[in-house]
Design a protein around this ligand. Sequence first.
Ligand code: GCU
Length: 705
Amino acid sequence: MFSKWAKRIVAAAFVLAVGWWLFSGEDDERLFASALTEADYLQPTPLIVNPRGRDTVSLNGPWNIIIDPQDRGLPTRALGLTLPGFFENLQDTGPMELVEYRFDESEKLQVPGDWNTQREDLFWYKERVWYQRYFDVARQDTQSYHLYFGAAHYEAHVAVNGVYAGTHKGGFTPFNLDVTDLLVDGQNSVVVSVSSKLNHGTVPTANTDWFNYGGLTRDVMLVSTPSIFIQDYEVTLLDEVTKDIRVAIDLNQPLRDVPVSVKIAELNADISMTTDRDGHAEARLTAPNAMLWSPETPNLYDVTLETGGAEIQDRIGLRTIRVEGDRILLNGQPVFLRGMSAHEETTTRYGRNATPDDGKAVLSLIKELGGNYVRLAHYPHNAHTVKLADEMGLMVWSEIPVYWDVDWHDTGSLADARNQLEEMITRDRNRASVITWSIGNETPNSDARLSFMENLADHARAVDSTRPVSAALVGDEVGQQLGQAIAVRALTSDDTPEATKQAIREFLGPLNSWLLDQALAWEIIDPQAPIIIELEDPLGDSVDIVGINEYIGWYYAAFLSPVFDIPEAELREQMFELTPNITLRNAYGKPLVISETGAGAVAGRRDADMSIWSEDYQAKVYERQIEMLQNSDQLAGLSPWIIKDFRSAMRPLNGVQDFWNRKGLVSETGERKAAFHVLKAYYQGLAASEAAQSEPPQNANDELE
Ligand code: GCU
C-alpha cells in the first residue's frame, strides 16, 4: 500500500520525533547541569521550639551513607533528561537495570556525629556525604509530622520517600521540615545530603581557626503534633522585684479563638488563654514567691503548655538580665562574669560534641575553675549544652559564626547570618542561662561591615528584646596603642641600642618622631605613665556589651618585633613588665568583657626560663592579665581563650600544635595546665568575696553569741 519511500519517511519522522522527545529542552551548556539550584530550594518550616518536650521519636543511630566528592548524587539535567539522583533511593533493582548507587548494605555513620572522626579516610573530607535510613510510622490523619535536625554542617538537602522536601544552610542551628504529606503508614525512607563545603559566601567562611567538622552532627528526630500546635512560646520574668512574668505562645497557624493553657504547678499558675487572629496569645502573672535563677541558685520550674490535647514539657528559669551604665545586672544586681571560652569539643572524645555528656564534661571544667559563665564560641552549641548551663548554673554568651572576613557586600551572606541568628534565638529564648546574643567575632572595621553588623544587632533585638546584644571585637587599637607605649619607653631608655631607636624612628616616620620628641620635651607624654588603651571600634556603639579579644603577652610581641627591630624575647619581657600598667576601656561607657585573652602551651612542657609553649609561660601570661584587669573599672567579666585545646587546620606546628590550637587551660584529654590553677585561684577568690558580700549582715549580738 505505501511506497517504500513513504515508509522510510514515516520511519525517519518517528525516529526524529522520539529523538526530539528524548533530548529536547533548552540547550544544556553542561552535560550534567544541576537540577537543584538555590532557586529550587524549599525552605524549612518555621522552627518548632523544644522538640524534646513533645511527642518525638529519635532517628539517631547508624545511617547508611554514600561518599560523594563530585556531587554526582544531586539531581541533574543530562541529555535533556532530569535525573533525580540519590534522593530516589532506588532499591531491589533487577539484573537488567543500570543503577550506580545503593544505600542498602552500604557503609554506615553514627548520627549524631561528625564524619571526620568516625573514619580516618574522612578526617580532612569537606565535600558531600549522603545519609539514608528507614523508619516506621503508625500514621494518624489527625497528626502532622516534622523531621527535626539539631544541626547539619553546613548545607543539607532532605528527601522523604524519594521526594525532595527542603534545604537548610548553616551548620550550627536546628531546622525542621513538615513531611506530613510525604510519609506513608509503615516503613519510610529519609535521604539527607550534607556538604561541609565553605567559601567566601558562607557564614562562617572557609577561613576559620577551628576544624571544619561535617555531617549530621546533632540529633535527628521525628516530631508528631496535632495539625494545629504551639510552634513557639516564651516564659519571661519581666521584673525581679514585682516578679511579674509574661507568658506568650504562637500557634503554627494564624487562627483565632484556639484555647491554649500554661501551667507552672510550683507557682500555682494555671493560665488559660485563647489566641488572636494571628494565632498569638499572651498573659501576665505575678509570682511573689518565685525563686529566681542565678548561677548560685539555678532554679528551674516545670512548665506544661497545652493545646488540642498535645502537651509540651519544659523546665524554665526565671531571671532578668540587663545593662545599666557599664554594669551587667542579673536580677537587678551587678554580676561579674567569671568564665571561659569553649569550642564545641570535649575531653571525653574526639570530634564535635554530640551528647549531653560531651557538653557536661566541658561545663564541669568551668565549674571546677569557680566559673559562673561560658562563652560558647563561635557558633550556637548543641541544645543539650545550653540546657545543661541552665541546670548547672552557668551564664552563657551565645554567638553566631559571623567570624573574621565574611562577605559584607553579599546579601546572601547577610540573609544566612540573620537566619542563623533567628534560629539561635528561637531555639534558646527560654534558656535562663543565655544572657547575651553575640552577633560576631573579630570582624574587621569597615563601613560595609558596620552596616552588616548593625543590621544583625537590630534583628537580634527585634527577635528578642529581653537580652543584651554583644560582639567580640579585635580592637586594632590594642596593638597600636601598645606599640606606641613600647616605642616611647624604648626611645627614652638609655639601655636601648641606638640601632633599635633608629628603627623605631624610621617606623614612626620623621613627623611622628619629631612630634614625639616635642611631647616628651614638654612632658605631655610621660614614659612611665599608666597605659590607657581605649577601644573605639564603632561597632561598640551598636552593641550593649563590648567584648574585646586581646592577646597582650602572646601575639603582639611577635607582631611588633620586626617593626621595631627589637628581639621578640626582649619584647615579651617588656610586655610582662608593661601588662600590670595597662588599663583597657571602651569609648562607649558600656560593660567591657575580655572575650578572649590567653597563650599557647603544650601540656606537660615545663620551663623555668619561660620559653613560649611552656605551661610556665602560659601561666605567667594569666598572672599578668589578672593583675592588669584589676585596673579596668568597666570590666564586667572575662572568658579567656580557651578551656580546652581544640583542633584547627590553621595550627600545623609539628611537635607542638599538630593541628591543635594549644591555648587550652586543659589538653584535649583533660590534663590541667599550670594556668588552670592560676585562673582557678583568681575565680575562687572572686567567688569567696562575692559570697562574703552577699552574706546577710551579721549584727553585733550574733557575733557575741
Ligand atoms: C582569635 C579568634 C579565635 C582564635 C584565637 C587564637 O581571637 O577569635 O577564634 O582561635 O584568636 O588565635 O587562638
